[in-house]
Structure formats: structure tokens, C-alpha cells
Ligand binder design. Structure first.
Ligand SMILES: Cc1cc2nc3c(=O)[nH]c(=O)nc-3n(C[C@H](O)[C@H](O)[C@H](O)COP(=O)(O)OP(=O)(O)OC[C@H]3O[C@@H](n4cnc5c(N)ncnc54)[C@H](O)[C@@H]3O)c2cc1C
Length: 489
């Protein structure tokens, strides 16, 4: 069977939901928050993945809980009827993670969006999972604080979805991933029981007590339980920042430049790559951005006290001087904001490199060791050329994460086939380089087939954890882990 045809095939494990389950849910949520009409459910059948374009997954019913007790009640109904239960938040994931390929009950968590407590003295905040990342930061910034993980989807992604996917973003190079900021979680388990990880009642910033269940739920993609409250670490915002812009006439030199920045003793707060196609896409997207044309561009951000920022920026500029065709730096807030404004439109702009086409999220998120970045960048371009698919390359190169944005006409069957094969090759490339098939977007239903190769015998340990916490296999089935004896959905 052709690759695209395989992707389109309906999941064989899908079973219709017992109408009695829907009646029980309606008794809990009322008719307003129990969605059964097909046009309502259709909204929940996709996310930002290309897989969900090829294979949308219609839930049998959608409920919209407003409290932990309601989530627990819905999960108990799912357990009683052995029905899949799929948490869904912003649906901005590029992995099909919230797409119910096997039907069942979708939990729309966006009503659970309250900030419950802002505790500046103890550097933490207590909130519900459905709050949008940007909204949380808008609550914190007037106090001079922020939740520093910074995904490009800040206006769409919820903090619950970020924890579930262990999201990263532009500032991971200095601040790490979402998991680094999760102090404790309230979770509804597959049985409907509610637990707190990270010592209930604790307001400590660190703990060495017990198994690290908090870490286990970070990146678990809804396969182990539903996160209903989060205790997150926050940090004061640095008073100053500056951005060094470095241009290169060879793509590999941008990879080499990344290595040199660290060798120069600098840990930037962001270190982003854009290739020529990415630069042109951004310039085409919005008049006035006017990024300089080059084979590759690095944006290197330094944060700290004003004098320290200037000194570090000069060190970076000197370090890259021999390799780069042009280096300049800015610490004027308006200029810095304009540069990040240009970078932030890239996700949307990428499709503009070819008329009447769409950027598709497939094979878009590998991470490799920094030392192997130059050859990885060249190999990605070679794959795109071999399959004759236009592609922009960009990403959080400072932490080894590269996004390859393929642009195709999705109505053209041949292009669909080619892009899927190219994305398989990108994943293979990541493993061959000693990297990982996903740096931040997660596995969802698009990468389970690579888990055995990437994790070896550790995969069986993951499957044992899943079986222990979800013995009925109802929590977001078919995601993250391949079923034993299969290569995934
Ligand atoms: C333009 C764009 C830019 C992006 N940039 C970045 C980036 O820079 N860095 C990055 O890491 N990602 C990025 N992403 C991907 C995406 O935004 C992240 O994966 C994000 O974490 C998803 O959050 P969400 O609320 O949309 O979750 P959803 O897509 O709704 O769900 C994601 C997964 O989490 C599970 N889930 C959601 N909520 C819960 C919960 N409360 N409990 C248990 N499981 C839950 C779902 O079942 C699903 O498996 C980008 C996406 C887009 C479209």
C-alpha cells in the first residue's frame, strides 16, 4: 500500500461508543457541554499535523469540563465503557496528539483556564491547564516575572498542552524545556482517581523525595492521565536584552558558528537559525521587515544587566567575525522587538515560498548534537532536493533543534507521497546523527514507529509504565507508544 494510502486508512481498533455512555456524560455535563452533532465533533477531528489532514479522527462525543471533579467523572465513564478518552487543549500540536483516531470521548479542557494563585515570593504560580501561554505571561509581566519557556505558538498553546508535550521554543537553549518549570501536577488517573505529584501542599522549589512522577507526566501526551492543575516555577525577567544578527554565505557555517558561540563562553537566551528560503518567506509575508538576504542568518539573543549584555554581544560579534559575512547587534528595544517579530511570523510565512501551496508539518522537528549541525543542515537540503519539494529550514539551533518546513500542494497525490517519504528520511537522518526524531513537538500518532529504534529496550519499560497506570488502555490510545507488536497507528 502506498505511504499516503496507509496514512489515510481508518484505525482498525475503532469501536462505536455505547449510547449509554453518552447519556451518562449528558447527565454530568448537561446538553450545552456535551457535543454530539457531527459538525461540532468535526472541529475536534484535527490539529496542526498534516496527518490529521490525511486522517482526521472524529470523536464520538466531546465534553467540556470546568473542574477536576468533572474530568474525573468523565474518565470514570470512559473506564466503565472501555472507551478511549483524549485530552485536548489548544490543538496546536503538530503530531495528531489530540486527534481521536479511535473515536471515544474528547475532553476539551479550555474552560479550565484560571490562574489560581500567583506566589511571587516563592517564584511559583498555580493554574489550570487550559490557560493560553501568552495569557499566563500577560498576568505575570506587570510584576516583572514570566514563565520563561517560549514556544512560537504562545497565542495558541495552553500550559497543560505544553506540559503534556514537554514543549520548548526559542529560549530552551538557556532556560530548558517546560518540564524544568513543573514543580507539581494534579492529575486524574485512568481509574478516575485524583493525585498530586511533587508532594501535595509543598511550596518548595526543589525536592528529592520519592519517584519523580512529575517528570513522568511531562511529555506523556495524555497517555497516562489528565493534568488538571499545575504548580509552575516562574522567574524574574532580565532588565535588558540585545540581539546579534550574523549572516553566512554557507549554511554549514551557521552550524559551525553556533558551536563557536558556546566556545566563546557565552550562553545566549536564544540562538535561532533561518535559511535563505526562510528569510525570503518572512520578507514576502510582511512588508517592512526587510531581513538581509543571505544563505543563512543567526539571531543570537543575550539577556542580563545592560552592561553585561553589551559586553557579551561584542564577544559574540568578535567570535563570529571570521566566519560571518556580516555581524551587527542591537539593544534598542524597538529594534530587538522587530527582529523577534520577523522570526515569529516564520511558521505562518513558510508556505509563501511557493504559490498555491501549503506548509505541512511532517518530519519537522528533529534535534541533533550541535557538533553535527553543519552536516545535518546540508543533508536536510539534499533530501528536499532529491524529492523535489521546496523547504525552509529554521529552528532553535542553539539547542540542536531544526525545523524543516516542507511546502506542497496537498491536492497532488504524488507530492503527498513524496513529502511523506522525505519526512521518513529526515527522521532517519536524526537517528543516524545521534539525535532524536523530535526535539519539542512530541510523538503523537506520527512518530510511534520510530520509538523502538530510538529507545531500544527502554521502550518495553515505557510500555510497562503505561500498562501499570492505564491497564484498560483507554488514555489517548495509539499515541506516543507503538502497540506491542505493531509499528504504531
Ligand atoms: C505556529 C506553531 C508554532 C509552534 N512552535 C512551537 C515551539 O516553538 N515549541 C514547541 O515546543 N512547540 C511548538 N508548537 C507545537 C505546539 O504548540 C506545542 O506542542 C504545544 O505544547 C501544544 O499545546 P496545545 O495546548 O495546543 O495542546 P494540544 O495540541 O491540544 O495537545 C497536545 C497533546 O497534549 C495532550 N494534552 C493536552 N492537554 C492535556 C492535559 N491537560 N492533560 C493531559 N494531556 C493533555 C493532548 O492529548 C495531546 O496529546 C508550535 C505549533 C504551531 C502551530
Amino acid at each position: 500500500m502506498a505511504r499516503a494510502e496507509q496514512q489515510r486508512t481508518t484505525d482498525a481498533a475503532r469501536r462505536p461508543l455505547d449510547p449509554a455512555a453518552i447519556a451518562e456524560l449528558r447527565a454530568i455535563f448537561g446538553p450545552e457541554r456535551t457535543l454530539t452533532e457531527e459538525w461540532d465533533r468535526a472541529v475536534y477531528s484535527y490539529d496542526a499535523s498534516f496527518k490529521s489532514v490525511l486522517q482526521p479522527g472524529l470523536p464520538d462525543v466531546v465534553v467540556q469540563p470546568a473542574s477536576t471533579a468533572e474530568v474525573a467523572a468523565a474518565v470514570r465513564v470512559a473506564a466503565k465503557y472501555r472507551a478511549p478518552v483524549v485530552p485536548r487543549a489548544g490543538a496546536s500540536a503538530m503530531t495528531g496528539g489530540s486527534v481521536p483516531h479511535r473515536g471515544g470521548i474528547t475532553l476539551d479542557l479550555r474552560r479550565m483556564n484560571r490562574v489560581l494563585e500567583v506566589d511571587l515570593d516563592n517564584l511559583q504560580v498555580l493554574c489550570e491547564p487550559g490557560i493560553i501561554h501568552k495569557d499566563l505571561n500577560e498576568r505575570l509581566l506587570p510584576h516583572g516575572f514570566s514563565f520563561p519557556v517560549d514556544p512560537g505558538s504562545t497565542g495558541m498553546a495552553t500550559v497543560g498542552g505544553m506540559v503534556a508535550n514537554n514543549a520548548c521554543g526559542m529560549r530552551a537553549v538557556r532556560y530548558g524545556s517546560t518540564a524544568h518549570y513543573v514543580l507539581g501536577l494534579e492529575v486524574v488517573l485512568a481509574s478516575g482517581e485524583v493525585i498530586w505529584t511533587g508532594s501535595p501542599g509543598s511550596r518548595a522549589l526543589q525536592s528529592a523525595s520519592g519517584l519523580n512522577l512529575t517528570g513522568l507526566f511531562c511529555g506523556s501526551e495524555g497517555t497516562l492521565g489528565v493534568i488538571t492543575t499545575l504548580r509552575l516555577k516562574i522567574l524574574p525577567k532580565s532588565p535588558a536584552r540585545g540581539v546579534v544578527t550574523a549572516l553566512f554565505d554557507r549554511l554549514e557555517d551557521a552550524g559551525e558558528g553556533t558551536r563557536l558561540v558556546f566556545r566563546g563562553g557565552i550562553v545566549p537566551s536564544a540562538l535561532e537559525l533561518m535559511d535563505r528560503a526562510a528569510i525570503r518567506a518572512v520578507n514576502a509575508y510582511k512588508a517592512g521587515l526587510d531581513l538581509p538576504d543571505a544563505e543563512a542568518l543567526l539571531l543570537i539573543e543575550i539577556e542580563g544587566q545592560p552592561a553585561g549584555v553589551r559586553e557579551a554581544a561584542q564577544t559574540v560579534a568578535q567570535t563570529l567575525g571570521a566566519l560571518s559575512t556580516r555581524v551587527q547587534w542591537a539593544d534598542d528595544p524597538a529594534e530587538v522587538a522587530a527582529l523577534w517579530g520577523a522570526r515569529s511570523v516564520l511558521g505562518a510565512a513558510a508556505g509563501l515560498i511557493r504559490p498555491h501551496s501549503t506548509r505541512v508539518a511532517t518530519g519537522e522537528d528533529i534535534a541533533v548534537p550541535i557538533a553535527r549541525m553543519p552536516e545535518t543542515l546540508r543533508a536536510i537540503h539534499a533530501i528536499a532536493e532529491r524529492w523535489a519539494i521546496p523547504c525552509t529550514t529554521y529552528g532553535h539551533i542553539g539547542s540542536g533543534n531544526v525545523h524543516s518546513a516542507f511546502v506542497i500542494d496537498p491536492r497532488d497525490q504524488d507530492e503527498v507521497e513524496r513529502v511523506l517519504r522525505a519526512s521518513d528520511e529526515i527522521h532517519e537522518l536524526a537517528l543516524a546523527m545521534g539525535g532524536t526524531v523530535t526535539g519539542e513537538h512530541g510523538v503523537g500518532s506520527v512518530r510511534p514507529q520510530f520509538m523502538a529504534r530510538e529507545h531500544g529496550p527502554a521502550l518495553a519499560a515505557m510500555q510497562a509504565v503505561k500498562a501499570a497506570l492505564d491497564p484498560l488502555g483507554i488514555m489517548n490510545p495509539g499515541k506516543l507508544l507503538p502497540a506491542e507488536g505493531s509499528d504504531g497507528v
